[in-house]
Each structure stands twice: as structure tokens, then as C-alpha cells.
Design a protein around this ligand. Sequence first.
Ligand code: GLP
Length: 242
Amino acid sequence: MRIIRTKNYEDMSKKAADLIASVVLLKPNCVLGLATGSSPIGTYDNLVKMYEDGNLDFSQVRSVNLDEYKGLPRTNEQSYYYFMHEHLFSRVNIDPKNTNLPDGMEENSRKACKKYDKIIASMGGVDMQLLGLGHDGHIGFNEPNTEFDKTTHCVNLTQMTIEANKRFFNSIDEVPKQAYTMGVGTIMAAKMVIMVVSGKDKAKILKKAFFGPVTPEVPASILQFHPNFVLVADEDALSLVK
Ligand code: GLP
């Protein structure tokens, strides 16, 4: 595990974007595993800036996203499909045909998950997986559990996650209770994993995840075993780590 300590959110976003840009430069048709949430927004802004300045080309890049709410149509502003279009896809020259997210409107969970795993396999796996960190240690929507889920599956979101995500909805009742998420096994199979973490509110869980025991009760902790894991975190998030 490598830790890149940054001054603040802006600095974290710039450094994470530089790392991702290097992946794209080295392999123009790479498979980027992408994430949603507030943590990667600045990273995407920096990637867009590099594209606008003519320094980065997404024309051959392929992408798979970590997760999607079950039951939200793509047109819903809170769907992760909508988020990705808003923050990245519509702002760079990535071919929409090369972007993938789980199908949140597929009611049959088995079907939705199998289909998504097939897509990931057909792309030859993920070259770089970008992650945020949930307050309970979740990655994607892999919530604390008694075991690590390997492949894409349907999850019941924990109360903590529903609470944390309610800020994006009009009321807590509107927050979906289920989601489809890539499994921890697929995340661990990515050639490189970059996690962005910012803010004092993440300090406790960051310490627990990366300086505590590896356990499915803190899903992110398994990244301690990843051979090419880079944690890009700001001083606030690292404030409990010496
Ligand atoms: C959601 C997403 C995760 C994300 C997490 C943290 O639950 N499914 O992928 O990492 O939120 O979000 P934030 O970056 O806004 O703290």
C-alpha cells in the first residue's frame, strides 16, 4: 500500500487525476473502473481539464462503474448513470458505447449481476479501479458483512449508508434501499486501485480500514492485500494516522 498525503481536497483530486492520466497515457484503450460520490468529483474535474487542454484522449478508453442504485432510471438525477454523465462522460471524448454501469432498472437481480460480470470479463478485467470510502468502510456498495462478496451482487444498503446518501435526495424515503455493486473480488482483481479520501469525518474509518485488521466487517481493509493499491488522502482524513 502506498499513501500519498495531500494538503486538501483540491490537492488530492489533482494527484489522483495525474495517476489516472498516466494509466490512460500508457494504455490508451485501458479499462477504467469508476466511482461515484463526492470524493471523486474533483478528480473528474481535473481529468476534464486535461482533456480540454488537449493533454488527454479518452477516445479509446473503456469504463465500468462500481455500482448503481436498484430501481432508479437513468434519467433520475441521483442515478449513478446520471452522475457519470454529468461529471465525466459528457465532458470528455469517451465513446458512450464504451461506458458501462449495472442496469439499475433490471428487476431480476441475478440477471442484472450476471450480465454485468459478463461485461467486465469481456473487457479483460479492470486496469485501474478508482474508489471512495464509505463511512462504514464500504467500497462500491460492498457493505460490512461476514464475508467478502466476489462478484456483482444485489445489496441491501445499511442504515448508515442510507443516512449518508440522503443529502442527495429530497427525503430519506426517496433513497433506494438496494443497489447492484461490483464484488470485492472484482475490485481486488484490478491491476491498480486508487482510493481518494478527504475530510475529518473519514479519519476514523480510514485508520480502521488501513491500520487495523483485514476483515469483511470493514470491506475496504482487504485493499491492504492489494499489490498495487494507492491511497490518496488529505491531511484531515489522515489526521489519526501518524
Ligand atoms: C456511496 C458510493 C461509494 C462511495 C461512498 C462515499 O455509497 N456507492 O462508491 O465511495 O458513497 O461517498 P462520498 O465520497 O460522497 O463520501
